[in-house]
Design a protein around this ligand. Structure first.
Ligand SMILES: Cc1cc2nc3c(=O)[nH]c(=O)nc-3n(C[C@H](O)[C@H](O)[C@H](O)COP(=O)(O)OP(=O)(O)OC[C@H]3O[C@@H](n4cnc5c(N)ncnc54)[C@H](O)[C@@H]3O)c2cc1C
Length: 316
């Protein structure tokens, strides 16, 4: 289906669900869907209209509706790097979770953007392909890892990236090949307004299944030992800045801020850069704690810590 074949939307602009129900959209539509269940901070208000497309055609229908009626569109991956406003997300939130295909071409693994990173890593192991070990137990989706250029255990997504297929603002499916200049710490070519990542291809190499598996287990264990899964969080809250000479977690620790709490949110006791939803925190609690940590670090060191976590939804 091309956007031209999609009927024009004549209904009230505040009922995109009605339009989608009348259109050939074949995915799920959920109204006032609690985002607490869809993000790792386990906080925040509902998505006004959450859609779960089953196909590229579905995505095109949603995209066209949003463009024609000026409806805000947020693309949701695994929700592992976002802080959703307590007021929720207006407009349409499009979850990529059903876009989760896997295909192998030679040693390249091509994964749908909605596939979880865990599932992608398992697929690589199953096929004895090496290269994805560093992403073992990274929360989130393939799309989110590409968007954020996820980085851990001495490597980043850019190191194995071959190409990605994206949907552009003018409804074209475009292939973006690797270009070194497009990538940097927490920077990827997908952060340009309006791109929807559909799939990503990763350059891997044949390996020994047992050694791939033991590396993956080692990293999974290290994540558990570092307390990544002890409480709801979005992993590292702040970016690291080389100019500061040490990681943000160490700076926060040296400022004596471990354990600092505000409402139900705390700086974890075990890692300065992991802010957690200790007990029933609102996103406002977490957001205020982020600002509190920034202010205290600035006062004591002069450094401004830049959040890595993205605030999503209505923050006014
Ligand atoms: C316990 C824990 C540990 C973590 N450890 C690490 C770590 O070691 N290293 C690291 O880098 N990160 C880490 N993170 C953060 C998180 O896992 C990564 O940022 C992850 O890549 C986010 O993916 P996601 O699918 O959850 O993205 P989301 O949080 O859903 O979205 C993040 C951004 O990506 C955009 N996006 C997602 N999918 C698409 C798509 N298909 N098309 C266009 N835009 C899209 C969203 O719109 C949003 O702007 C950790 C998080 C947790 C909870």
């Amino acid at each position: 289906m091309t956007p031209d074949s999609i009927q024009s939307y004549d209904g009230p602009v505040n009922s995109p669900a009605e339009y989608l129900k009348k259109s050939p959209f074949s995915g799920q539509i959920l109204l006032d869907a609690p985002m607490k269940n869809r993000c790792t901070f386990k906080s925040g208000g509902p998505a006004e209209t959450l859609v779960i497309p089953e196909s590229l055609e579905d995505i095109l229908i949603v995209r066209t509706l949003c463009a024609e009626k000026n409806i805000p569109l947020f693309i949701l991956g695994g929700g592992a790097n976002i802080l959703v406003s307590d007021k929720g997300i207006k407009g349409i939130t499009l979850s990529m979770e059903k876009m989760a295909t896997v295909k192998q071409e030679d040693n390249t693994l091509i994964c749908g953007a909605g596939l979880s990173v865990n599932a992608m890593v398992s697929e690589a192991l199953e096929r004895s392909l090496s290269g994805l070990e560093f992403l073992s137990r990274l929360p989130g989706s393939v799309g989110g890892a590409l968007y954020m250029n996820a980085r851990c255990y001495g490597a980043e997504v850019a190191d194995i990236f071959d190409w990605a297929e994206v949907l552009t603002l003018d409804h074209k499916v475009k292939r973006i090949p690797f270009n070194k200049a497009d990538w940097a710490y927490k920077i990827s070519p997908f952060q340009e307004e309006g791109l929807i990542i559909l799939k990503g291809a990763f350059r891997l190499s044949p390996g020994e299944k047992s050694s791939i598996s033991s590396k993956m287990n080692e990293i999974a264990l290290s994540r558990r030992e570092k307390g990544h899964f002890r409480a709801p969080s979005a992993g590292s809250t702040f970016k690291n800045n080389r100019d500061f000479g040490k990681p943000s977690g160490q700076i926060i620790d040296e400022c004596g801020l471990k354990g600092l709490s505000l409402g139900g949110a705390s700086v974890s006791d075990w890692h300065g850069n992991i802010l957690i939803n200790r007990e029933g925190a609102s996103s406002e609690d977490i957001s205020r704690l982020i600002i509190e940590v920034q202010n205290k670090v600035k006062e004591q060191t002069g450094f401004y810590l830049e959040p890595e976590v993205l605030r999503v939804g209505d923050w006014n």
